[in-house]
Design a protein around this ligand. Structure first.
Ligand code: ATP
Ligand code: MG
Length: 420
């Protein structure tokens, strides 16, 4: 026996026996995005590396540590996309979306790649769905987007989750706050963990995310909150978002320490967290990013978006028992007695499929008994055995698998039988 080749660490196979759950969720997602009149976009799996360093941010975990980058023919650095907003914005600019319409509502779905430590709910290839609204600087677009995410989890039947919101203010004001934060925390820098010391100068906001108990204590006691350093405009904006959410009966909590991991956010940010997921509990995260289109070379376009992980959603739904235990049924299984009838039987199979019924048949020339076991295993509604007698008489017995009852039907009437 030769050596087996195993899958790459942090990746997984979605097996045929499980895929129906994913398809069920994917179909629901598609229909909800349509209800909100979002259109789908599909962009390449890889992009130029600088797209992500310029948008996500040089000093974020994603760009700093997690990107799968490689040199294309030894020349240009390319990266397997670690997130999708940057790609969507690149496409928006490249295809002059702005000239087509002043507002665009877009959704996406696909695999992403991050070289992080694999653990429960954290993979190196994972799927996200998400959406973006380009062209509105008003709170109603924040709220339409949050409502969309909220509706998705509600309609999927998920119960144990909470929506958290916060605001980061605009860039200029945030930079002022960052200086205040640095001053307030500087006296305690030496007592922090190595990671926080490291992030202190480059990305101090992420100190709020540290799980180290000592760092947490320092942050709780000495870190001023951005929410107390907002301008009046920023406060008003956040108040308007909240009051619209209230009016739509969207329940939320304010998390004044939430900062999110990417650099490009401005003003409102939000996260949906599951109570069933342990430490990787974020199902979905997003916010407003008014400067990104301009930063990537487009015309100023305010925007807001979210991204949501599929795997964590599936784990949470599994924990709440939201999937039925079975995959789709097969309409009919056809057992072929011997080589004399094989050609004709295959024609019959094709004919039934052409009429829109799912059919499976024996491909291994086994005994009729083995084929009937197979029909059961495949959860066929009906089965037929085709032999010389059947072809001669032009009639078959269609057996209902559940009851074991059979009915004699003319071969050219099988489709009519299945259609009722
Ligand atoms: P986290 O702090 O949980 O790693 P993040 O801030 O890196 O999240 P985003 O980049 O905002 O996450 O991605 C949005 C969502 O994508 C997350 O809320 C999560 O559900 C999912 N996600 C992110 N990274 C992974 C991963 N490595 N494996 C599986 N899902 C992921
Ligand atoms: Mg992360």
């Amino acid at each position: 026996m030769k050596n087996k080749i195993k899958s790459v660490k942090g990746t997984y196979d979605l097996l045929p026996s499980e895929i129906y759950k994913w398809q069920e969720v994917e179909n629901k997602l598609r229909s909800i995005f349509s209800l909100y009149n979002f259109l789908e976009i599909r962009t390449p799996i890889f992009e130029k590396s600088k797209l992500f360093s310029r948008s996500v941010g040089e000093f974020t975990d994603i760009v700093n540590k997690e990107m799968y980058s490689f040199l294309d023919k030894g020349k240009e650095s390319l990266t397997l996309r670690p997130e999708l907003t940057a790609s969507v914005v690149r496409s928006y600019i490249e295809h002059n979306f702005q000239q087509i319409s002043s507002i665009h509502k877009i959704w996406y779905y696909g695999p992403l790649f991050r070289q992080e430590k694999p653990q429960a709910g954290r993979y190196r290839q994972f799927y996200q769905f998400g959406s973006e609204i380009f062209g509105s600087a008003y709170p109603e677009s924040d709220v339409e987007l949050i409502d969309l995410a909220y509706t998705i989890y509600t309609k999927l039947g998920l119960k144990n989750w909470t929506l958290y919101i916060n605001t980061l203010g605009k860039k200029e004001n945030r930079n002022k706050y960052i200086e205040i934060l640095k001053e307030s925390l500087f006296p305690y820098k030496d007592k922090m963990c190595a990671n926080c010391k490291n992030r202190f100068d480059k990305n101090i906001l992420r100190l709020f995310d540290c799980k180290n108990s000592n760092c947490k204590k320092i942050m709780n006691e000495y870190a001023p909150l951005i929410i107390d350093h907002l301008s009046n405009d920023e406060k008003d904006y956040f108040e308007e978002v909240k009051s619209l959410l209230d009016q739509l009966n969207i329940n939320y909590e304010i998390d004044p320490t939430m900062v999110r991991g990417l650099d490009y956010y401005t003003n409102m940010i939000f996260e949906i967290r599951s109570e069933n997921l342990g430490s990787q509990d974020a199902l979905c995260g997003g916010g407003r990013y008014n400067n990104l289109v301009e930063d990537l070379g487009g015309k100023f376009t305010p925007a807001v978006g979210f991204a949501a992980g599929m795997e964590r959603l599936m784990i949470a739904m599994e924990k709440e028992n939201l999937f039925k235990n079975e995959s789709e049924e097969l309409d009919i299984y056809i057992a072929i007695m011997n080589k004399n009838v094989r050609n004709k039987a295959m024609q019959i199979v094709k004919e039934i499929r052409n009429n829109g019924h799912s059919v499976d048949m024996d491909l291994q020339r086994r005994s009729v008994k083995a084929m009937m076991r197979e029909a059961n295993k495949k959860r066929a509604k009906y089965s037929i055995v085709i032999g010389e007698n059947e072809l001669q008489s032009g009639e078959v017995n269609i057996k209902t698998m559940e009851s074991g009852k059979a009915k004699t039907v003319k071969i050219d009437k099988i489709n009519d039988f299945l259609s009722v």
